[in-house]
Write a protein that binds this ligand. Structure first.
Ligand code: GAR
Length: 191
Protein backbone atom coordinates (compact mmCIF):
# COMPACT_ATOMS: atom_id res chain seq x y z
CA UNK A 1 0.00 0.00 0.00
CA UNK A 2 1.43 3.40 -0.95
CA UNK A 3 1.94 5.91 1.89
CA UNK A 4 -0.77 8.50 2.50
CA UNK A 5 -0.46 11.96 0.98
CA UNK A 6 0.65 14.25 3.80
CA UNK A 7 -0.99 17.66 4.24
CA UNK A 8 0.09 20.56 6.47
CA UNK A 9 -2.52 23.16 7.39
CA UNK A 10 -1.49 26.77 8.08
CA UNK A 11 -3.96 29.03 9.91
CA UNK A 12 -4.17 32.10 12.11
CA UNK A 13 -7.64 32.09 13.56
CA UNK A 14 -10.52 30.20 15.06
CA UNK A 15 -9.78 27.26 12.79
CA UNK A 16 -13.31 26.30 11.75
CA UNK A 17 -12.01 25.37 8.29
CA UNK A 18 -9.02 23.53 9.73
CA UNK A 19 -11.30 21.58 12.07
CA UNK A 20 -13.53 20.68 9.14
CA UNK A 21 -10.52 19.49 7.10
CA UNK A 22 -9.16 17.49 10.05
CA UNK A 23 -12.53 15.76 10.47
CA UNK A 24 -12.90 15.13 6.74
CA UNK A 25 -9.51 13.42 6.44
CA UNK A 26 -9.52 11.71 9.85
CA UNK A 27 -10.23 8.24 8.41
CA UNK A 28 -9.31 8.87 4.79
CA UNK A 29 -7.64 6.02 2.91
CA UNK A 30 -5.15 8.18 0.96
CA UNK A 31 -4.76 11.57 2.64
CA UNK A 32 -3.87 12.66 6.16
CA UNK A 33 -3.48 15.99 7.93
CA UNK A 34 0.01 15.52 9.35
CA UNK A 35 0.92 18.92 10.77
CA UNK A 36 -0.86 22.15 11.77
CA UNK A 37 1.05 25.43 11.90
CA UNK A 38 0.09 28.90 13.06
CA UNK A 39 1.73 32.29 13.40
CA UNK A 40 -0.44 32.91 16.49
CA UNK A 41 0.47 30.85 19.59
CA UNK A 42 -3.02 31.37 21.08
CA UNK A 43 -4.98 30.54 17.92
CA UNK A 44 -7.81 28.08 18.44
CA UNK A 45 -6.69 26.19 15.33
CA UNK A 46 -3.79 24.76 17.38
CA UNK A 47 -6.24 23.45 19.98
CA UNK A 48 -8.26 21.68 17.28
CA UNK A 49 -5.06 20.01 16.07
CA UNK A 50 -4.00 18.97 19.56
CA UNK A 51 -7.49 17.56 20.23
CA UNK A 52 -7.04 15.43 17.09
CA UNK A 53 -3.51 14.40 18.20
CA UNK A 54 -1.90 16.19 15.25
CA UNK A 55 1.48 17.84 15.94
CA UNK A 56 1.69 21.65 15.77
CA UNK A 57 4.32 24.32 15.22
CA UNK A 58 4.42 28.09 15.64
CA UNK A 59 5.58 30.08 12.61
CA UNK A 60 7.73 32.95 13.86
CA UNK A 61 8.80 36.27 12.37
CA UNK A 62 12.24 34.67 11.93
CA UNK A 63 10.68 31.90 9.80
CA UNK A 64 8.98 34.59 7.76
CA UNK A 65 12.30 36.40 7.16
CA UNK A 66 14.17 33.16 6.39
CA UNK A 67 12.10 30.06 5.90
CA UNK A 68 14.95 27.57 5.24
CA UNK A 69 14.50 25.85 8.64
CA UNK A 70 10.76 25.59 8.09
CA UNK A 71 11.33 24.16 4.62
CA UNK A 72 13.77 21.56 6.05
CA UNK A 73 11.16 20.55 8.63
CA UNK A 74 8.47 20.26 5.96
CA UNK A 75 10.85 17.98 4.01
CA UNK A 76 11.68 15.90 7.10
CA UNK A 77 7.97 15.42 7.75
CA UNK A 78 7.47 14.51 4.08
CA UNK A 79 4.71 17.08 3.62
CA UNK A 80 3.27 16.87 0.10
CA UNK A 81 0.68 19.66 0.19
CA UNK A 82 0.04 22.83 2.21
CA UNK A 83 -3.51 24.08 2.78
CA UNK A 84 -4.05 27.64 4.01
CA UNK A 85 -7.17 27.83 6.16
CA UNK A 86 -7.43 31.43 7.30
CA UNK A 87 -3.66 32.03 7.27
CA UNK A 88 -2.89 35.73 7.30
CA UNK A 89 0.83 35.99 6.63
CA UNK A 90 2.19 36.08 3.11
CA UNK A 91 3.78 32.81 1.96
CA UNK A 92 7.48 33.54 1.31
CA UNK A 93 8.65 33.10 -2.30
CA UNK A 94 11.05 30.27 -1.27
CA UNK A 95 8.17 28.29 0.19
CA UNK A 96 6.06 28.85 -2.95
CA UNK A 97 9.01 27.59 -5.02
CA UNK A 98 9.31 24.48 -2.82
CA UNK A 99 5.60 23.67 -3.30
CA UNK A 100 4.71 24.77 -6.84
CA UNK A 101 0.93 24.39 -7.34
CA UNK A 102 0.87 22.43 -4.10
CA UNK A 103 -0.37 25.20 -1.81
CA UNK A 104 -4.14 25.76 -1.72
CA UNK A 105 -5.86 28.78 -0.15
CA UNK A 106 -9.48 29.61 0.60
CA UNK A 107 -10.56 33.23 0.25
CA UNK A 108 -13.95 34.48 1.50
CA UNK A 109 -14.95 36.40 -1.65
CA UNK A 110 -15.13 36.03 -5.41
CA UNK A 111 -11.58 36.78 -6.54
CA UNK A 112 -10.20 38.76 -8.31
CA UNK A 113 -12.50 41.14 -6.42
CA UNK A 114 -11.82 41.85 -2.74
CA UNK A 115 -8.39 40.21 -2.60
CA UNK A 116 -4.89 41.41 -1.77
CA UNK A 117 -3.06 42.59 1.32
CA UNK A 118 -5.30 43.43 4.27
CA UNK A 119 -8.30 41.71 2.69
CA UNK A 120 -9.11 38.95 5.12
CA UNK A 121 -11.95 37.80 7.31
CA UNK A 122 -14.45 40.49 8.27
CA UNK A 123 -12.60 43.20 6.30
CA UNK A 124 -13.61 41.36 3.13
CA UNK A 125 -17.27 41.15 4.13
CA UNK A 126 -17.32 44.82 5.16
CA UNK A 127 -15.91 45.84 1.77
CA UNK A 128 -18.40 43.65 -0.10
CA UNK A 129 -21.25 45.14 1.95
CA UNK A 130 -20.04 48.73 1.46
CA UNK A 131 -19.96 48.20 -2.31
CA UNK A 132 -23.60 47.01 -2.29
CA UNK A 133 -22.66 43.81 -4.08
CA UNK A 134 -25.54 41.52 -4.95
CA UNK A 135 -23.48 38.37 -4.52
CA UNK A 136 -20.37 37.07 -2.78
CA UNK A 137 -18.89 33.64 -2.25
CA UNK A 138 -15.69 31.67 -1.87
CA UNK A 139 -12.63 31.19 -4.02
CA UNK A 140 -10.32 28.20 -3.61
CA UNK A 141 -7.07 28.77 -5.48
CA UNK A 142 -3.42 27.84 -5.82
CA UNK A 143 -1.00 30.11 -4.01
CA UNK A 144 1.86 31.94 -5.65
CA UNK A 145 4.08 34.71 -4.27
CA UNK A 146 1.42 37.38 -4.87
CA UNK A 147 -1.52 37.68 -2.48
CA UNK A 148 -4.66 36.00 -3.85
CA UNK A 149 -3.41 35.83 -7.47
CA UNK A 150 -2.77 32.12 -8.06
CA UNK A 151 -4.90 30.08 -10.46
CA UNK A 152 -8.48 29.57 -9.36
CA UNK A 153 -9.55 25.98 -8.67
CA UNK A 154 -13.17 26.53 -7.62
CA UNK A 155 -15.70 29.25 -6.78
CA UNK A 156 -19.15 29.07 -5.22
CA UNK A 157 -21.58 31.99 -4.94
CA UNK A 158 -24.25 33.18 -2.57
CA UNK A 159 -26.73 35.99 -3.10
CA UNK A 160 -26.73 38.99 -0.78
CA UNK A 161 -30.01 40.36 0.54
CA UNK A 162 -30.44 44.04 1.29
CA UNK A 163 -30.37 43.67 5.05
CA UNK A 164 -27.67 40.97 5.37
CA UNK A 165 -24.92 43.39 6.43
CA UNK A 166 -21.32 42.15 6.88
CA UNK A 167 -22.38 39.57 9.50
CA UNK A 168 -25.07 38.10 7.28
CA UNK A 169 -22.66 37.91 4.34
CA UNK A 170 -20.04 36.22 6.54
CA UNK A 171 -22.57 33.64 7.69
CA UNK A 172 -23.47 32.72 4.11
CA UNK A 173 -19.83 32.62 3.01
CA UNK A 174 -18.81 30.47 5.98
CA UNK A 175 -21.57 27.99 5.11
CA UNK A 176 -20.09 27.69 1.61
CA UNK A 177 -16.61 27.18 3.08
CA UNK A 178 -17.80 24.37 5.33
CA UNK A 179 -19.76 22.71 2.50
CA UNK A 180 -17.04 22.81 -0.17
CA UNK A 181 -13.48 23.23 1.11
CA UNK A 182 -12.64 19.64 2.16
CA UNK A 183 -14.12 18.15 -1.03
CA UNK A 184 -12.24 20.56 -3.29
CA UNK A 185 -8.99 20.00 -1.38
CA UNK A 186 -9.50 16.25 -1.67
CA UNK A 187 -10.27 16.25 -5.40
CA UNK A 188 -7.36 18.61 -6.14
CA UNK A 189 -4.88 16.52 -4.18
CA UNK A 190 -6.06 13.25 -5.70
CA UNK A 191 -6.22 14.52 -9.28
C1 GAR B 1 -12.17 32.12 6.65
O1 GAR B 1 -13.39 32.76 6.36
C2 GAR B 1 -11.23 32.21 5.45
O2 GAR B 1 -11.89 32.19 4.23
C3 GAR B 1 -10.61 33.55 5.69
O3 GAR B 1 -10.37 33.61 7.07
C4 GAR B 1 -11.41 32.87 7.73
C5 GAR B 1 -10.75 31.94 8.72
O4 GAR B 1 -11.70 31.35 9.55
N1 GAR B 1 -9.39 33.71 4.93
C6 GAR B 1 -8.98 34.88 4.45
O5 GAR B 1 -9.59 35.92 4.64
C7 GAR B 1 -7.70 34.81 3.62
N2 GAR B 1 -7.45 36.05 2.96
P1 GAR B 1 -11.38 30.02 10.35
O6 GAR B 1 -10.07 30.23 11.13
O7 GAR B 1 -12.55 29.86 11.29
O8 GAR B 1 -11.26 28.90 9.35
Amino acid sequence: MSPKIRVAIFGSGTGSNAKNLIQHFAHHANVEVSWVLSNKPQALILQHATDAKIPTRIITKEDQANCSTLISELRERKIDWIVLAGYLWKIPAELCAEFPNKIINIHPALLPKYGGKGMYGHFVHEAVNAANEKESGITIHFVNEHYDEGNIIFQAKCSIDENDGPEGIEKKVRALEIAHFPHIVESTILL
